[in-house]
Design a protein. Structure first.
Length: 100
């Protein structure tokens, strides 16, 4: 039985790391968060195909940061209210803080 083919993601999403050395399983949270932060619709589809909606839901709900407009997109994709996102509740608790 062959391994599941890696998702076909845009290299531009991972501009700051060695794209060819990405470990899709060990770095799943990083990859999912980055795709939802910077990817387009096709990148999100590829991510969902590879990781599955349940793993994506867990990662996104626990992500420390997503831009606000991407939080709304993630909320629609995983069908969870925005109030369930860790990054949303942290932003509400500490409104002046930037993640950088």
């Amino acid at each position: 039985m062959s391994a599941k083919p890696h998702p076909l993601l845009a290299r531009r999403i991972f501009w700051d790391v060695d794209f060819d050395k990405l470990d899709y399983d060990a770095k799943a949270s990083f990859i999912i968060e980055r795709v939802f932060e910077r990817g387009d619709v096709e990148d999100i589809r590829q991510c969902r195909r590879y990781y599955g909606d349940e793993q994506i839901r867990v990662v996104l709900l626990n992500a420390p940061f997503l831009p606000e407009h991407r939080m709304h997109l993630a909320s629609a994709v995983i069908r969870e209210p925005i109030e369930r996102f860790r990054c949303y509740t942290q932003r509400r608790l500490f409104p002046g803080l930037s993640p950088y």
